[in-house]
Design a protein around this ligand. Structure first.
Ligand code: OGA
Ligand code: NI
Length: 250
């Protein structure tokens, strides 16, 4: 407990170890802890909040972050091309090289009454896209398809790629962010690594001009990711309702 306290997550940058921050008293919490670390921008990164043990931990996380950012850059090009646009349009709308990237390592302990709780309540990821490295042994992630929850089977050596809310906004809802949640179980604990690839946090994000026309009006009003993230963090996970409530065009 003492070591956990020393790395307690910061209410400002969110870096460090803990569970959900900044929610109202009495809010329903999740059956999980997480470690949250910033990879980019460098101004948010504080090694003092990163684990010092094992000795190579920081180095490994840094390298992992670099490689995943490269992969995300490639996926951004594919997503852009699939919208019928030039390959760099989405990345430019994210702020070019000034993107944000962070890692959330989730730990879901065993739960004596898994029927009473969730490891992580239903939500869509607020950022751009998420590369999730799920636990190879223990399933738990579920995605919503219509009104059914489908348990995702982890494939060996594969990431699960989630579209987040910011790509839904930029694509004017051609891409939809995926609603998902995590269930817990009584026999096994579970670990997952969620790497979030986000737009630069202080520029307005709105539907791409190329995708808006008189018969295809912009579905969302401009909002910076900083503003959106604050809105989400104070309210906690609530399915996909937040995107609709915060950003719907008047
Ligand atoms: C998340 C998330 C899923 C998982 O961290 O946003 O959805 O499988 N994690 O832990
Ligand atoms: Ni998620």
């Amino acid at each position: 407990m003492e070591i956990k306290q020393a790395y307690a997550n910061s209410p400002k940058t969110y870096e460090g170890y803990g569970s959900r921050l900044g929610v109202q008293k009495g809010a329903i919490l999740d059956w999980s802890d997480y470690y949250f670390l910033h990879h980019l921008p460098l101004s948010l990164k504080d090694y003092n909040k990163w684990p010092s043990l094992p000795a190579h931990c920081r180095e490994v996380i840094d390298e992992y972050g670099k490689e995943v950012v490269k992969l995300c850059g490639r996926l951004m090009k594919l997503l852009s091309i699939n919208l019928g646009l030039a390959e760099d349009v989405l990345q430019n709308a994210f702020g070019g090289d000034n993107i944000g990237a962070c890692l959330r390592v989730n730990f879901y302990p065993k739960c004596p009454r898994p029927d009473l709780t969730l490891g992580l309540s239903s939500h869509s990821d607020p950022g751009g896209m998420t590369l999730l490295l799920p636990d190879a042994q223990v399933p738990g992630l579920q995605v919503r398809k219509d009104n059914k929850w489908i348990t995702v089977k982890p494939a060996r050596h594969a990431f699960i790629v989630n579209i987040g809310d910011q790509i839904q906004v930029l694509s004017n809802a051609i891409y939809k962010s995926v609603e998902h949640r995590v269930i817990v179980n009584s026999a096994k604990e579970r670990v997952s690594l969620a790497f979030f690839y986000n737009p630069r946090s202080d520029i307005p994000i709105e539907p791409l001009k190329e995708l808006v026309a008189p018969d295809k009006p912009a579905l969302y009003k401009p909002m910076t990711f900083d503003e959106y993230r604050l809105f989400i963090r104070t309210r906690g996970p609530r399915g996909k309702s937040q995107l609709v409530e915060s950003l719907k065009s008047p």
